[in-house]
Design a protein around this ligand. Structure first.
Ligand code: PBG
Length: 329
C-alpha cells in the first residue's frame, strides 16, 4: 500500500502550504451534516439555562423561533425535540407521552405551522421524559417489560407522526420495536415517515447532563443495563443494527459518539446504509468545560466532530449545531 521511500518520498511536502493542505483534505464538514437537539419547557417567554451544559438552553414553545430561525439560517437540516416534563404529570406508565397536547406535540405543530418543510423534525420515541421512575419503558415486578412497552411506543409514534413529525427516532432499545412501529405507521398511511433507529445505544455514563436537562436524573432508579448495550461489546452492535434494518429502519444511530467511533466505522462498512452519530451531552459538557477552563482551545470542537466524519457518519447530532457555522469555518 505504501509506495515510495524516504528521502525521495516526503509526506510533509504536501503539508507545506495552506493551499496545498486544502487540496489534500479527505473530509470536510458542512452545516448540512448536523442535527440540532432542542429542549422544551412549559410556560411562556422563557429561555432557561441548563447548568450542566454551558450555552445550551430549554425553550418555551413561544420562544422556539429564536433557535429554529438560527438553525435554518445556518443551514441545519433537522432539529430533534426533547421535552422537560413537569414532575407532577409524570407517572409509572409515562401516560403524558400519549397526550396530544404534550410539549413535543405542541412544538411539532408550532414548527410545522411556521416553517413548513424548511426544516425536518425528529422526535425521540421512548418513555423516559414521562415516567416517574425515569426508565424508557414500563416496569412490572421490577423488570422493564418489552412487549407492553412497545404497545405504548407504537401509539407514541403514531401520535407524533399525526402531529407532523418527519423522523421518528426510537431511543428505547426494546427488542422488535422498529418492526412494530413501521407496521403501524404503514397501516395508518404514514408510510413516508422515516425511522431513525437508535440501533446501537450503549448504557453510558455520558448521558448524565441530558438526564439533567430533561429532568429524569433525580428520578431514575437503577441503571439502564437491561436494555441499553454493554460498552464492552461490538459484535452485538452489528446484530442490533442488522435487526433494525430488517425491521424497516431507514437510518441507524450509534450513541454515544466519540467513545464508539469503531462501531460507527464497522456499521458503515458492513451495511452501507446512512449512519448517524450522537455526540451526547456528557461529551459536550466535557469539551465545553475544558474550553472554558482553558485546558484545550476551542478548535477541539471541530476536531471532535471531524472524527465522526472520518469514521463514516453521514450526520451528527450535537449540541454545538446552533454554532456550527463558526466552528467549522
Ligand atoms: C432517552 C435518551 C437519552 C438520550 C437521548 N434520548 C438518555 C438515556 O437513554 O438515558 C441521551 C442524549 C444525551 O446524553 O445527549 N431515551
Amino acid at each position: 500500500m505504501i509506495t515510495g521511500k524516504y528521502p525521495s518520498l516526503r509526506l510533509r511536502r504536501n503539508r507545506k502550504e495552506s493551499w496545498s493542505r486544502k487540496l489534500i483534505q479527505e473530509n470536510t464538514l458542512s452545516p448540512n451534516d448536523f442535527i440540532l437537539p432542542i429542549f422544551l419547557i412549559d410556560g411562556s417567554n422563557k429561555r432557561q439555562e441548563i447548568s450542566t451544559m454551558p450555552n445550551v438552553f430549554r425553550y418555551t414553545i413561544n420562544r422556539l423561533s429564536q433557535v429554529v430561525d438560527k438553525a435554518i439560517k445556518i443551514g441545519i437540516p433537522m432539529v430533534a425535540l426533547f421535552p422537560k416534563t413537569k414532575n407532577s404529570i409524570k407517572d409509572e406508565l409515562g401516560s403524558e407521552s400519549l397526550n396530544e397536547k404534550n410539549l413535543v406535540c405542541r412544538a411539532i405543530l408550532e414548527i410545522k405551522k411556521r416553517y413548513k418543510n424548511q426544516i425536518g423534525i425528529m422526535c425521540d420515541v421512548a418513555l423516559d421524559p414521562y415516567t416517574s421512575h425515569g426508565h424508557d419503558g414500563i416496569i412490572r415486578s421490577n423488570q422493564i417489560v418489552n412487549d407492553e412497552t412497545i404497545e405504548v411506543l407504537v401509539n407514541q409514534s403514531l401520535l407524533q407522526a399525526e402531529m407532523g413529525c418527519d423522523v421518528l427516532a426510537p431511543s428505547d432499545m426494546m427488542d422488535g420495536r422498529i418492526g412494530k412501529i413501521r407496521k403501524a405507521l404503514d397501516k395508518s398511511k404514514y408510510h413516508n415517515v422515516q425511522i431513525l433507529s437508535y440501533a446501537a445505544k450503549y448504557a453510558s455514563s455520558f448521558y448524565g447532563p441530558f438526564r439533567d436537562a430533561v429532568g429524569s436524573k433525580g428520578s431514575l432508579k437503577g441503571d439502564k443495563k437491561t436494555y441499553q448495550m454493554d460498552f464492552r461489546n461490538s459484535d452485538e452492535a452489528l446484530r442490533e443494527v442488522a435487526l433494525d434494518i430488517k425491521e424497516g429502519a431507514d437510518i441507524v444511530m450509534v450513541k454515544p459518539g466519540m467513545p464508539y467511533l469503531d462501531i460507527i466505522k464497522s456499521v458503515k462498512e458492513k451495511f452501507k446504509i446512512p449512519v448517524f452519530a450522537y455526540q451526547v451531552s456528557g461529551e459536550y459538557s466535557l469539551i465545553s468545560n475544558a474550553i472554558q477552563k482553558k485546558l484545550v482551545n476551542e478548535d477541539a470542537v471541530h476536531e471532535s466532530l471531524m472524527a465522526f466524519k472520518r469514521a463514516g457518519a453521514n450526520a451528527i447530532v450535537t449540541y454545538y449545531a446552533d454554532r456550527i457555522d463558526k466552528i467549522i469555518k
